[in-house]
Ligand binder design. Structure first.
Ligand code: AMP
Length: 399
């Protein structure tokens, strides 16, 4: 049995009012929705609840209106996309609480969908206010959270409400929790983590948590430069954080104590300019000139990373291995991502990735679709990788 209550635990919900917390932060410009990926992710939940004849009431935030009504951050433009993608009529209520919301719900047919206005138009949302949560909860009989991406925040529509109504994880949340459990909760070993990206400073907690859980930690990208410098490598003009040399050393000491291998680059692609197509060369680490920057891992480094991926049963990936947006400094990221995708396709590897630029990097490599799971949750995924309890997930745990 899953550790969390899911839609599998719902009984007969015909005619019941189900408040569903979703992530509708799709790009909108001139009143038109662009990429609809986030809406698509919640379709299984919406369709299942609608087929079971529930009255579906969507709760979501949109942008950062900071507790005040801001028409530019209305959810109204999203309603047409919800209707189109579900193939069902969808209505809109211009407030998420009170008489406006209640009368719209009273007019909702069984199986119908209603989108409530931006929860963050009320200050009680972000302060997780009890009175505001009471008003939200009064609108429904059941609460379903299908917005993992908002679960790291204790807000009224993600946390307080779940303590007031029978609360369940929707299908997208359920899939995310299962993937995360398979990655770090109860993974098949050996577990290899690949962590790249720009800076150590934004990933200290993440590295500290991973070191306790994984068998090997591959460090790449700009953040590897800080580790290399801490080991005495001259990194020239590379992006690195001299202030974090001591932190990097502590992480390496902690890794040795927990028997976790740390894999750093052994060669690098360097250039004098941070721009696409810049003249570049691949060097061993003792050859980085004072006016050069390390912008990518070299072929030897990539081969070593791929060999670790070959040995892994589980791979957790966050962050690119180089400045992947400016070719040719995308090669290490692309090669390792493609290798992980191949191993996954061959059934040899469970691969879970997410956070920040990772989704873009994997898609750039054409590898995203072949990973076992790619989280688009951003901040929530990172906090989970840091080992922090997520308030919106904790409230869905079985008693
Ligand atoms: P993050 O958001 O921390 O995952 O960092 C992602 C960013 O790190 C991307 O924009 C990459 O271009 C950048 N990055 C990765 N490796 C390097 C590097 N060696 N030098 C400069 N930037 C890098």
């Amino acid at each position: 049995m899953a550790a969390f209550k899911t839609l599998d635990d719902l009984g007969d919900i015909s005619g019941k009012r189900v408040l569903v917390r979703v992530d509708l932060n799709v790009p909108v410009s001139d009143g038109k929705v662009g990429d609809t990926t986030r809406i698509e992710r919640v379709l299984p939940t919406l369709n299942e609840l609608s087929n079971k004849r529930a009255k579906i009431i969507l709760l979501a935030h949109f942008g950062r209106p900071k507790g005040a009504v801001n028409p530019a951050m209305s959810l109204e433009p999203v309603v047409a996309s919800v209707a189109e993608l579900t193939g069902r009529p969808a209505a809109f209520a211009s407030d998420c609480i009170g008489e406006t919301a209640a009368s719209a719900i009273a007019g909702l047919a069984d199986g119908g969908i209603l989108v409530l206005e931006n929860t963050r138009f009320h200050p009680g949302e972000e302060s997780n206010d009890d009175a505001f949560a009471d008003q939200l909860a009064a609108l429904g009989d059941i609460y379903v959270n299908d917005a993992f991406s908002a679960a790291h925040r204790a807000h009224a529509s993600t946390e307080a409400i779940a303590r007031r109504l029978p609360a369940y994880a929707g299908r997208a949340m359920h899939a995310e929790l299962e993937a995360l459990e398979a990655a770090l909760g109860n993974p098949k070993h050996p577990v290899v983590a690949v962590v790249g990206g720009a800076k150590v400073s934004s990933k200290i907690d993440l590295l500290a948590n991973l070191i306790e859980k994984v068998d090997a930690l591959v460090i790449g990208g700009g953040m590897a430069n800080t580790f290399l410098a801490a080991r005495g490598v001259r990194v020239g003009k590379s992006l690195y954080e001299p202030d974090l040399a001591e932190t990097a050393r502590q992480i390496m000491t902690q890794a040795a104590a927990s028997n976790t291998a740390i894999i750093l680059p052994t060669d690098a692609v360097v250039a004098k300019a941070f721009e696409a197509g810049a003249e570049n060369r691949t060097v061993t680490l003792d050859q980085v000139a004072d006016d050069e920057m390390i912008l990518d891992g070299g072929e030897k480094t990539t081969a070593i990373i791929n060999a670790w991926i070959d040995d892994a049963a589980t791979l957790v990936w966050n962050g690119p291995l180089g400045a992947f947006e400016i070719p040719p400094f995308d090669r290490a990221t692309v090669a390792a991502a493609q290798h992980a995708a191949e191993r996954t396709k061959a059934g040899k590897l469970k691969s879970i990735a997410g956070g920040g630029d990772t989704v873009a990097a994997l898609n750039h490599a054409g590898a995203g679709d072949d990973f076992s799971y790619v989280s688009t949750a951003g901040g929530a995924f990172l906090e989970w990788m840091e080992g922090k309890p997520l308030p919106g997930v904790e409230v869905l745990r079985r008693g």
